[in-house]
Design a protein around this ligand. Structure first.
Ligand code: FEO
Length: 165
């Protein structure tokens, strides 16, 4: 049976993942309408991934005797200055998400809920991978540049990234 405080914190994380999914959807839409189909493809996929993360938490809460609640979502930012800004915001979002997962893990340890702590290990590795991925994209944007020809190449690069499920 989930401790009430852990249930609350897990439900808050459901919101964080759902918000991330919608933020990526808005970023994908902006890239799509800006002719950046490679980046749009990547961000639509990221949006789907975040929804999967949300569902993973959602199901865990219910399977553990808790009650998962549907999250409230804030309107996502619709316009961006550049592809560089999109990926800077994306990296910041991932770093915030890592902090949330870490504090969730601390709450589990505080209440000696080792089962939830163990469940969260998947998210801890996932955050490591995602931060690394977004940092590598930002590095590419800095090297190639995001103007004129550079923009074409960076979009092609991002569109070609294979992400493991
Ligand atoms: Fe669900 Fe990008 O972390």
């Amino acid at each position: 049976m989930l401790n009430k405080e852990i249930q609350k914190a897990l439900n808050e994380q459901v919101s964080v993942e759902a918000q991330a999914s919608y933020n990526y959807l808005a970023m994908a839409s902006w890239c799509d309408k800006s002719g950046l189909q490679g980046a749009a493809k990547f961000l639509y996929r990221q949006s789907d991934e975040e929804r999967q993360h949300m569902l993973k938490l959602f199901k865990y809460i219910n399977e553990s005797g808790g009650h998962a609640s549907t999250p409230g979502i804030k309107q996502a930012q619709a316009d961006y200055k550049s592809i560089g800004q999109v990926f800077e915001l994306a990296l910041n979002q991932e770093m915030d998400n890592t902090r949330c997962i870490n504090s969730l893990a601390e709450i589990c340890l505080k209440y000696k809920d080792y089962s939830s702590f163990n469940f969260l290990q998947w998210f801890i590795s996932e955050q490591h991978e995602e931060e690394m991925l977004f940092r590598s994209i930002l590095d590419k944007i800095r090297i190639i540049g995001n103007e004129e020809k550079g923009l074409f190449w960076i979009d092609k690069e991002i569109g070609g990234i294979e992400v493991k499920g």
